[in-house]
Ligand binder design. Sequence first.
Ligand SMILES: [Fe+2]
Length: 181
Amino acid sequence: MERVTLLRIYGHPIAQKYVKRSGLAHAISTANIAFDYAIERKINPDLAVKAAFLHDIGHFNWYKNGSWDYHTYRENDIHAIKGAERAHKLLIRLGEEPVHAKKIALAILLHTDSYLPDGKLKLEPLQEIVALADEADEEPGGNHHYKPISEKEAIEKIKELDRKIEMKIPTYYNENGQPAS
Ligand SMILES: [Fe+2]
């Protein structure tokens, strides 16, 4: 089975609509940070990058009079739940390994606890690095969602991530493209 590339994911209308809505530059930075963490902690970078790239695709447009309505957002937001489901559907549609689609969806579901009652979640390593990568790229006032990036720069960075992941593939997939673990 051929690996579903980040470039293919990015090209799909679902990603085009929702990754851009919550910030393409933030998605790409988070994916890059997640790649580095994944290599450091010996976690499959393909899963980490995909989860990080898609982590915010569940966002709704919380705009009121042209600006982000933070209060309404905090009160009503379930973007991690919506994002997990949306990402899962997209990945399965593109032919992602179902076991991997589930892991990516769970990492998205658990990348924030902002919608959960107080308490601590015990995260698995993949889930932890996606949450940490997101935090590392966060800016005050949600500004990370508005960082500009040109289409050309985005595509270059996405291809570079695919290239870096593919260099690591022998560690995580056997010669038939099946997950090694
Ligand atoms: Fe985020």
